[in-house]
Design a protein around this ligand. Structure first.
Ligand code: FAD
Length: 649
């Protein structure tokens, strides 16, 4: 039926089993595990390849009329099962909407269609002297629309922000019509950009995206530093983020990753000289790689005894860890940054540029080495969580212990911000989906209990639906109300993102006192009454030796409600967390990190839809360097470029 209905539309589509196979799953390792064990995910009924926003609208209308579920599909690089597994669905594969529509060099903005692959976008921009500086490991196999829909973060997010920070405006098609978001929001209408970005295809289909771009870097400066342990390294990372100009790279490897990871090998080589590698070991490694049976058995033993392996790894020789730090930009910017942070960097032993350059050269390669692991009877996956600096050690310990019950685990810390940082766990185990599911359930539970967000940049999909639901709690009402408005018949990626009933419990109690409820000098955050007059709030903070990081000219709540993305440097996060109460007395507290990918950013919707009880905002010591004053409004709305104005090179 779907096939017959698609034919007259004049939009390319297929029901060929090969095309359906290609669209039935993304790169969720659980699906790979099932595939290896002979189980196929559910198949869609048809795939369509629209070429324009108008085509997308036509497809949505058809699906709505027929009551067919729709799965928007970028490049399928998602690792959580977001674009996968709907029986009888229509997959809208956006890869033929792959044009760069234009750039505005005066504003530093580029417009692109959603199906443009990341690397193609960078190549097109680079020819004109620009880049996004969004550098996800999946840059060769992910799309602009996928970045927007799943709140992606690239490897340079400490300086240039996550894709959420970069995206200035967007257009989406929904079953109830086209919506313009961000800087394109029509005057007087609420801005739905924070809500639709990260909605993973459940609220609309991105058809145009405007993003911030920056000039190509003239210069890159990278250093490896050896530090005596994780705690010293975290301190240095926090100081670099809070005191200095933001580095474009700040990556810390835990002791085991330091010993076996690629940059660490480069560090050892730099330390010991070029003759340090053992030819015997290298020959052994090459022999094992060549013989599959040997490779399988090599994996079998250690992964059968993960706790032992983790313990051996812990005792492999000291606590020393590798930190890679880097600055890029113009010659003058890099020189000034390096001069400013030089005293801080003295905390570590200088390993020279090699570890960083090695990482930079191979930064998009590492994640493609999983096939032999699955073929060898094991499985591997990654989990990226985030928290404030003060919760980071507990988060690391809790998640590592939970994952380490069933898998061999290592971690690195990247995506650092002023308030906190993300932890990226890589783990490998044996067994089927039961072990896989139990491992993930334990890891996600541990992350939530330690006060972290359950995902920093991989998104939710099916894998983290329950965990994201628990994290968002009653704030999910904001998403559900938007869904009823934008997609009343629920055809868009049904059953994804948030899972389970909405919580009915009253939620956290209202705070007492104010206007300052508490202050965290380590993470430089304060929980305050956002309705308090600005002078009263400033006085309360001054009494503790602090002030608001972003100066306000009116009550904080009014300032935040008027705020629009895009006018701040991407390193600034004006709102960290919020608690608000709905009219029926149910409260929701949304944190714990501004850079979370656990679904849409519900904090901004809460400011408007419920009575705000507190907000947590960035502060700095009175003698700290203030951020430049900012007006809450965003940039002038830019016009949508005509779809025909694309470059063809
Ligand atoms: C090797 C590897 C490395 C990775 N490294 C990173 C990394 O460094 N940083 C990072 O953030 N992620 C990373 N990922 C995860 C993944 O690349 C990101 O989630 C990416 O944003 C997905 O983009 P995609 O185009 O492949 O989207 P898909 O996987 O096709 O879709 C992802 C979700 O978005 C929805 N969607 C896709 N396009 C649209 C659209 N136009 N409109 C509405 N909804 C849409 C889908 O329905 C789905 O729910 C990595 C994945 C792999 C396999």
């Amino acid at each position: 039926m779907l096939h017959d209905a698609l034919a007259p539309l004049g939009i390319s589509s297929s029901t060929d089993p090969l095309d359906l196979d290609a669209a039935r799953r993304d790169l969720w390792p659980r699906a790979t595990l099932e595939l290896r064990d002979g189980r196929l995910p559910a198949s869609p009924s048809a795939v369509a390849w629209p070429r324009s926003a108008h085509d997308v609208a036509t497809l949505l209308q058809l699906a709505q009329r027929l009551g067919v579920p729709v799965v928007p599909y970028g490049a399928g690089s998602g690792v959580c099962g977001g674009a996968a597994g709907h029986e009888d669905a229509l997959v809208i594969d956006l890869k033929r909407m792959n044009r760069l529509l234009g750039i505005d060099p005066h504003r530093g903005v580029a417009w692109a269609q959603p199906g443009l692959l990341g690397q193609h976008l960078e190549d097109l921009l680079a020819r004109r002297g620009w880049r996004t500086a969004h550098s996800p490991s999946s840059i060769a196999c992910s799309t602009v629309g996928g970045w927007a829909a799943a709140r992606s973060a690239g490897q340079f997010s400490s300086r240039y922000g996550t894709f959420d920070d970069m995206m200035l405006a967007a257009a989406v098609e929904t079953p109830t019509g086209r919506r313009l978001l961000g800087a394109w929001t029509p005057t007087g209408k609420p801005d739905l950009l924070p809500l639709i970005s990260g909605s993973e295809g459940t609220l609309g289909v991105f058809t145009d995206v405007a993003m911030r771009i920056v000039p190509l870097a003239q210069r890159r400066w990278l250093r490896g530093l050896a530090l005596p342990g994780l705690r010293q390294a975290w301190e240095l990372m926090r100081a670099l983020m809070q005191e200095g100009p933001a580095p474009f790279v700040l990556r810390l490897y835990d002791p085991i990753d330091t010993r076996i990871g690629g940059p660490a090998r480069a560090a050892r080589k730099a330390k010991a000289g070029p003759q340090s590698g053992s030819p015997l070991l290298e020959r052994l490694r090459a022999a094992v790689e060549r013989v599959p049976a040997l490779r399988e058995h090599l994996l079998e033993l250690p992964l059968a005894l993960p706790r032992l392996i983790n313990r051996i790894a812990d005792n492999l020789g000291g606590e020393e860890v590798l930190l890679v730090v880097g600055y890029d930009g113009t010659d003058a910017e890099v020189e000034a940054a390096v001069a400013q942070v030089a005293p801080l960097l003295e905390a570590g032993r200088d390993l020279g540029p090699d570890p960083g350059e090695h990482w930079h050269a191979h930064r998009h390669e590492v994640s493609y080495k999983l096939a032999p692991v699955f073929a060898g009877g094991a499985w591997a996956d990654t989990m990226e969580v985030a928290s404030t600096w003060s919760r980071l050690p507990a988060l690391h310990e809790a998640v590592r212990a939970a994952l380490g019950e069933t898998t061999a685990v290592m971690a690195h810390f990247s995506h650092a911000y002023r308030e906190g940082c993300s932890i990226y766990f890589s783990f490998a185990g044996r067994g089927g989906v039961e072990v896989y599911d139990a491992t993930w359930a334990a890891g996600l539970k541990a992350a939530a209990a330690a006060g972290g967000t359950v995902t920093h940049h991989h998104g939710v999909g099916q894998l983290k639906a329950q965990a994201a639901t628990r994290e968002a709690a009653a704030a999910i009402r904001i998403w559900r109300d938007a869904r009823q408005n934008l997609d009343p018949t629920g055809i868009l990626n049904p059953g994804r993102l948030f899972d389970g009933d909405l919580p009915h419990a009253a939620g956290p109690p209202p705070p007492q006192g104010g206007p300052l409820f508490d202050l965290d000098p380590v993470d430089r955050l304060a929980r305050v009454d956002a309705r308090a007059p600005a002078p009263a709030l400033q006085a309360a903070l001054a009494a503790t030796g602090h002030r608001l990081r972003l100066p306000v000219d009116r009550p904080l709540l009014a300032w935040l409600q008027a705020w629009r993305k895009g006018h701040l440097d991407p390193t600034e996060a004006p709102l960290f967390a919020v608690q608000a109460r709905f009219p029926d007395g149910v409260a929701a507290a949304v944190g714990p990190a501004p850079r979370s990918a656990a679904g849409p950013d519900l904090r901004w919707g809460l400011l408007d839809a419920a009575t705000v009880e507190w907000v947590q905002v960035p502060i700095l010591p009175l003698d700290g360097q203030a951020a430049a004053p900012v007006a809450p409004q965003g940039p002038e709305p830019a016009c949508l470029p005509p779809e025909t104005a694309a470059w063809t090179d």
